[in-house]
Design a protein around this ligand. Structure first.
Ligand code: ADP
Length: 387
């Protein structure tokens, strides 16, 4: 081949942007497909194509001259990925993995078939069937396709709780008593070797139902940490393909670990690996695409990550609190380059590294207090005078 290896990425959001940031260290070309001409990757990619990544023909045209096809979002055309695999291109994750993961019903079936612990559930077509499964109530009704960031998930005690516009098919899952929500990123190399990063503990913002901040490693007993890593590697092994697998788990109040869902791609819960580990989740992906050995997942120190979520309405984004955040030791701001902010939108994140839990907690509190992404047109805070 007389040109650099060409990676075609489906999706041009922040995950793609952070992938490109690392990929720039190597001689690879990254081409990006996204419907939004102002997406975070648009001006960073070697080639940007505006188009629908869930449309088979658009993806086929886009990836025709690529060597590797990767994703940064799950809602892409699996049919196109299957065809591209048949053409002999490297597709990460494997098309059949994505087919299973795109449908929460198939995903749950997969866990059961492979002996992977997961909350009890049933597949149902219509909301009226909820009352026929009293053993699963109270529970969570989840649409099998199309959900993300808590959309498509409804807590239920019976059929009466279900909004009219919440359409099936669904899975009904028994509510489990959660002590902590954990996520573990497992890596599987093209040679079949697997590794897992330390589990992270996700702390949710109850109003927005988005991760508010996360702690790495999770503050759990060492046995739980090891068990969570083994479980994530079991999931990666069961799917069997090269790539990275972000495995979300519940640690129950009686100490069990249950897999909630898996994302076969880079994940919000793995952003801390950029600064805290020799090989980040984005570096692992590149290694997977290039069929290179997997990278070193060990952490140096403790880390926390705070999502910078838009507040105060919509408009051109402005980050408040930069001086305060950057004035702290080992603190790293990432902004995603989104043209517009709106309330609840992920606009960036801040990672902090420290050697003691108290330092981490202090930094998280300070970042949350000062770091705010607001629309530009909001009143400017009074700036202190420089002498
Ligand atoms: P999404 O795919 O949109 O992220 P999830 O399936 O992760 O949806 O559910 C969103 C949140 O709902 C979880 O993070 C958890 O807090 C809660 N949840 C989901 N399923 C259960 C369950 N079986 N028991 C208790 N809480 C649950």
């Amino acid at each position: 081949m007389d040109r650099p290896l060409r990676i075609a990425l489906l999706g041009g959001g922040q995950l793609g942007r952070m992938f490109i940031e690392n990929a720039l260290r190597y001689d690879v070309e990254v081409h990006v497909l996204d419907p939004d001409a102002a997406c975070p990757c648009a001006w960073l990619a070697h080639r940007f194509v505006q188009g629908a990544f869930n449309d088979r023909d658009t993806v086929m045209r886009f990836a025709a001259d690529a060597d590797v096809i990767g994703i940064e979002i799950e809602h892409v055309s699996v049919e196109a990925l299957e065809l591209l695999e048949r053409q002999g291109k490297v597709v990460v994750p494997a098309a059949n993995t994505l087919r299973t993961i795109q449908d929460k019903g198939l995903q749950k079936e997969f866990y059961v078939k492979h002996g992977i612990p997961t909350p009890a559930y049933a597949r149902i077509e219509r909301a009226a069937q909820v009352d026929t499964f009293p053993q699963l109530l109270p529970g969570f009704l989840k649409t099998t396709t199309g959900g993300y960031d808590g959309k498509g998930v409804q807590p239920v005690t019976g059929t009466a709780d279900i909004p009219d516009d919440f359409n099936g098919p669904y899975i009904l899952e028994k509510q489990v008593a959660i002590a902590k929500e954990l996520a573990v990123i497992a890596v599987r190399g093209s040679d079949g070797r697997t590794a897992a990063y330390d589990p992270v503990e996700m702390v949710f913002n109850p109003e927005l139902n988005l991760v508010d901040h996360l702690l790495a490693p999770a503050r759990c007993e060492p046995e739980v940490i090891e068990e969570a890593k083994a479980l994530a590697m079991q999931v990666a092994g069961a799917f069997g393909g090269t790539g990275i697998y972000a495995v979300e788990m519940f640690l129950t109040t009686d100490g069990a670990l249950l897999v909630n869902e898996t994302a076969p791609r880079a994940h919000n819960s793995g952003h801390y690996t950029i600064e805290a580990c020799p090989s980040s989740q984005f570096d692992q992906l590149l290694r997977a695409y290039m069929q290179w050995p997997i990278g070193d997942v060990r952490m140096h120190g403790l880390a926390a990550m705070v999502n910078l979520v838009g507040e105060g309405g919509s408009g051109t984004p402005r980050l408040e609190g930069t001086d305060n955040i950057l004035g702290r030791p080992a603190t790293f701001i990432h902004l995603y380059g989104k043209a517009k902010t709106r309330t609840g939108r992920k606009m960036g994140h801040v990672t902090v590294i420290a050697s003691k839990e108290e330092e981490i907690d202090e930094s998280v509190a300070a970042i949350k207090a000062h770091g705010k992404v607001v629309p530009m047109n909001r009143m400017e805070p009074v700036k202190h005078q420089r002498q």
